[in-house]
Ligand binder design. Structure first.
Ligand SMILES: C[S@@+](CC[C@H](N)C(=O)[O-])C[C@H]1O[C@@H](n2cnc3c(N)ncnc32)[C@H](O)[C@@H]1O
Length: 301
């Protein structure tokens, strides 16, 4: 097993009382993608910029896009294109799976705007967003401040505050109307790498109890990335933000955490494949080969 051991020493996680900065970073990346010329754009999020603070907003000015993208690429090679492709892949799969589901749960939602971007999602579904209390609160405040933008898109969404490292996810969801017996699609984007291994395992164990035929989408960072020359720079970058990378695992080792809880792996998509799937040949962006996506499923349904 090659996951990072002792990553705890990399720093304290999520500063108390402060919403996640990486959540804002992911929203900024989606806002920047929305500014790209249509022919090279692989994802659109017209709501993302509503979540940016003043210190981040200037980075998404249209005239600065190329410069900012270059600086981000130098700081975190391949991570920005991966973040955009991840959003596209999860979006496409969610839209495909939603008609057969009864509930949708966005885990560690950050400033994800799935429910605003997809008014076509069936109205009969129950929608939940789960996040660390500080980030969830900041998100609700920003949505409430822009009624002309968000309209009623979030009226049906139930916000559930959960710290994956300290609380029982299913219990907290249950208190908010979630039904473990109903087929559910879980989107867990950009969260696993920031958690302790015990929190990843315990969350997967809880999700595995969902009705047969439920689906989980998530992304992970491969532990072999630690050998790359930029690895320490990347880890330092996240540590400085106060959101250290604490869990990494190679795709070959996934079975060690997936099989014991009774989940099945539907597919694993490596960063390089995302480039082939979504980016035009003339688009020079490289997608990190150390990050990958997984589609998991419960039961045999
Ligand atoms: C990189 S952001 C990803 C946000 C969003 N899913 C996306 O793809 O844009 C990480 C998210 O994980 C959440 N998070 C980090 N640690 C957490 C924890 N212990 N419990 C609950 N949420 C956590 C943060 O609040 C933040 O929203």
């Amino acid at each position: 097993m090659r996951e990072t051991r002792g990553c705890e020493r990399l720093g304290r996680q999520m500063k108390p009382g402060r919403p996640s900065f990486t959540a804002e970073g992911a929203a900024a990346i989606r806002a920047l993608e929305t500014l790209r010329p249509l022919r090279l754009r692989i994802f659109e999020d017209p709501y993302a910029s509503a979540f940016l603070s003043r210190r981040t907003r200037w980075r998404t000015w249209v005239g600065l896009r190329l410069l900012i993208e270059r600086l981000m690429e130098r700081a975190l090679p391949g991570v920005i294109p991966f973040t955009v492709a991840r959003a596209r892949w999860m979006d496409d799969l969610l839209v495909e799976l939603a008609p057969r589901a009864e509930q949708i749960v966005i885990l560690g939602a950050g400033y994800d705007t799935t429910f605003a971007r997809h008014p076509e999602l069936p109205r009969r579904l129950a929608y939940f967003e789960v996040d660390h209390p500080d980030t969830g609160q900041a998100k609700r405040a920003r949505i409430a401040a822009r009624p002309e933008l968000f309209g009623d898109s979030y009226d049906k969404v139930r916000s559930v505050a959960v710290n994956f490292e300290r609380e029982n996810l299913i219990e907290r969801l249950g208190e908010n109307g979630f039904d473990l017996g109903k087929q559910t699609v879980y989107v867990w984007s950009g969260v696993i790498p920031y958690l302790e291994r015990s929190a990843v395992e315990s969350t997967l164990r809880q999700l595995a109890r969902s009705a047969s035929g439920s689906h989980i989408m998530a992304d992970l960072v491969a532990a072999r990335g630690l050998k790359h020359k930029h690895a320490s720079r990347t880890l330092r970058y996240f540590k400085k933000l106060g959101e250290s990378i604490r869990f990494m695992m190679d795709p070959e080792d996934l079975k060690t955490i997936i099989a014991p809880v009774g989940l099945h792996v539907e597919s694993v998509v490596m960063g390089e494949s995302l480039r082939e799937m979504y980016f035009k040949p003339e688009d020079p962006r490289r997608v990190s080969k150390f990050a990958y996506l997984v589609h998991l499923r419960t039961g045999s349904g």
